[in-house]
Structures are given as structure tokens and as C-alpha cells.
Design a protein around this ligand. Structure first.
Ligand code: PLP
Length: 356
């Protein structure tokens, strides 16, 4: 992560998720009911399940807008965090933490060090724990963009309240291996997390294999990451080309496995029920996309399209999905298609392992 100082091994807690968030949010003794956590929307929806698995801590949404005036869509700013904080306080909530995901899921935004510093200073001003999720750290595929971990800052605004999460699943294409880490200067937190290792520990043989893998820096930096980046660039180019040819607006971002696309023009009316109908229609045609509702997006009609798959699957998936949209057109005839048109393929073309 480019830290200017060596990271301390005793600041690390390795955990086998569901994901470290479950443990971090709930086992850390940081948060007590009726505490609340600020979280910008849209966000990776499983966070809500994780938080509610062990606790009644409330997630207080910081709604990002898809059509703000004069800034980029869904842009997270300190002003929006401050506004949400004021609102939460006026509702009598005791906000104790803020979640910052960088690179973001599902927006694929990569926040600059200046932006992250602003967010962390906001957290410090309000004595909030900053839960920084960097699980997509190595997924930046555009050559002109560099990811900066908060751990690479010369100094953190509030090191005792800044906790950084990372895992193997995304950056090493190892979903299912279930290895996550939390890095924090806060001894109480790390000790509490280590105690939870009893329930969420990473098995010894897996730790051993991960250590061998992570020590092989020549292979990681010389082979794996460059090849991975090239493949992601090619798949992203293909998918954005398809979206452009269909006239679908989307966020062009340099990271992540997915594209946040605006399918609002295909809805009968702007409602989440309609969004669900469209999602069902894709599913009937053997394509799994994730709809905005799953990410608590405040505007219906946005979908996350995963593009990191084999070319053959992408071709099949885009053909199935886009021919459906093309026939449906902007007159929203996909409902009729559900009735009259059989799914075009019997083979499954999945865009999306649902829990990415
Ligand atoms: C932002 C974010 N954090 C954490 C996770 C969980 O990662 P894991 O699959 O390793 O549990 C995900 C999974 O998609 C994610 O998108």
C-alpha cells in the first residue's frame, strides 16, 4: 500500500469473513445501540446485512445524487457528510463512525489523497471512527490513475480512530478463500478483533499459503498484476463500447470489476417496482445484473454491470441483455417481452457473481 513507514505486524488482525466488516462493526465494542454509522449511498448492500447480523446499529445514509449541479454524479464531498451529520444529530442519533469505501463499490470511484484527507478530517472533527474499506485496492486498471491507500499518508488525522480493511478476494481473484485483514493503531480494537478470531479465524494452512503468495513479489508485480490489468482494460473497453453503441449512459471509472449504468430510460415509470421488473426480465434471459435497490441507491433505474469475465461470457451476456434492451427500446416494452419472447439462450450467461 506504499506506506512511508513499515506497517506494524501487531496492528494487523487477520479474519475470515463473511467479511471483516461484520467483525469490525459489531465485535469491536466501538459501537453500542442506539449508535449509528454514516454510510454514503449507493453502497455494497451486504454491509447492511453484516451490520445487522450481530447488532442493531443503524446505518444512516448519506445520499449521493445522480444529477447534481456542477459536479460529477454521485460525488462524495465533505459538505454532504456534514449535512448528513447535522441531520442525524437532529434526529437524536449518536453517530460513532463513517464508512469510506475506496475504490468504491458500486461506483468504481477512486478518491484522491486530498479527498480522503478531507473525509478523515471530517471524521476527526466529529470524533467518528473511520472504517476505510480498501478491498478493491489493486483493481485500478487505468494506467493514468494511481490508488493511494490512507496508510500511505505521511500522517493520519486521527490514527486511533482510523481502521483500514483489505482482503484477498478481489485483488487476487480469490473470492471464497475468505481472508480479510484489519489494520489499526488502536490496540483495544485489534485485541478485541483478535479475540473474535475464535469465531472468524483464518485456518493455519490457508494463512501459510497466503504468506507464501504475498512474499512472491516478483510474480505479483511482474506477472499477475500487469496481466490482470491488461485483461481488465480489454474487458472494460469491450463493455463500455457496447454501452456506448446502445446509448446507455454510465460512469466511466478507472477501477473495480463493474460499471454503474443508467437504465432509467427503460423503466415504465421511475419506481423501484419497475426497476425490479427490469431486473427480473434480465434474469429470465439468463443475465444477472445487480439493481440499484440492492445498493440502497436513492434513484431507481441504475444497474451494476460486472465486466470482468471471459470474453465468451461477455459476448453472450451483452448479446442477450442488450438485444433485450434494444427490442424493448425506450417504449419500455420489456413487460410484453416477458410474456411473448422466450429467453434467447438456454446456456447461462452471468455477468455477476451477486456478492461482488
Ligand atoms: C466494498 C466491499 N467490501 C467488502 C467486501 C467483502 O469482501 P469478501 O468477499 O472478501 O467478504 C465486498 C465484497 O463484494 C465489497 O464490495
Amino acid at each position: 500500500c506504499g506506506s512511508p513507514r513499515p506497517l506494524r505486524a501487531d496492528n494487523v488482525s487477520e479474519l475470515s469473513p463473511p467479511q471483516p466488516l461484520v467483525v469490525l462493526y459489531n465485535g469491536s465494542s466501538l459501537l453500542y445501540i442506539p449508535d449509528a454509522i454514516l454510510i454514503p449511498t449507493p453502497f455494497y448492500g451486504v454491509i447492511a446485512e453484516d451490520v445487522h447480523l450481530y447488532s442493531g446499529v443503524r446505518l444512516f445514509h448519506v445520499h449521493l445524487d445522480c444529477e447534481p449541479t456542477g459536479s460529477r454524479p454521485f460525488h462524495l464531498t465533505v459538505d454532504k457528510l456534514e449535512e448528513a451529520m447535522r441531520k442525524a444529530i437532529s434526529e437524536g442519533l449518536n453517530v460513532r463512525a463513517v464508512v469510506l469505501v475506496n475504490p468504491h463499490n458500486p461506483l468504481a470511484d477512486v478518491y484522491s489523497p486530498q479527498e480522503m484527507t478531507g473525509f478523515l478530517e471530517f471524521a476527526k472533527r466529529h470524533k467518528l471512527h473511520a472504517i476505510v474499506d480498501e478491498v478493491y485496492m489493486l483493481t485500478v486498471f487505468e494506467d493514468t490513475v494511481t490508488f493511494h491507500s490512507v496508510l500511505s499518508m505521511d500522517s493520519l488525522p486521527d490514527p486511533q480512530r482510523t481502521h483500514v480493511m483489505w482482503g484477498m478476494s478481489k485483488d487476487f481473484a480469490m473470492a471464497g478463500v475468505r481472508v480479510g485483514t484489519v489494520y489499526s493503531d488502536n490496540r483495544d480494537l485489534v485485541e478485541a478483533l483478535d479475540k473474535l478470531g475464535m469465531f472468524h479465524g483464518v485456518p493455519g494452512p490457508i494463512q501459510h499459503q497466503m504468506a507464501i503468495l504475498l512474499q512472491d513479489k516478483d510474480w505479483i508485480n511482474g506477472k499477475f498484476l500487469p496481466e490482470n490489468r491488461l485483461r481488465m482494460q480489454a474487458a472494460h473497453r469491450y463493455m463500455t463500447g457496447e454501452l456506448q453503441s446502445l446509448g446507455v449512459p454510465y460512469l466511466h471509472r478507472p477501477a473495480g470489476f463493474y460499471i454503474w449504468a443508467d437504465l432509467r430510460k427503460y423503466l415504465y415509470e421511475p419506481s423501484f417496482a419497475e426497476e425490479l421488473s427490469l431486473w427480473r426480465c434480465f434474469l429470465r434471459h439468463k443475465v444477472v445484473l445487480s439493481c440499484g435497490q440492492a445498493f440502497h441507491c436513492s434513484t431507481p433505474g441504475w444497474f451494476r454491470i460486472v465486466f470482468t469475465d471471459r470474453q465468451q461470457h461477455l459476448t453472450l451476456g451483452t448479446f442477450s441483455c442488450f438485444s433485450l434492451l434494444m427490442i424493448a427500446g425506450e417504449e419500455n416494452r420489456y413487460r410484453e417481452m416477458l410474456i411473448f419472447f422466450p429467453p434467447p439462450f438456454s446456456a447461462c450467461s452471468l455477468f455477476c457473481p451477486v456478492f461482488l
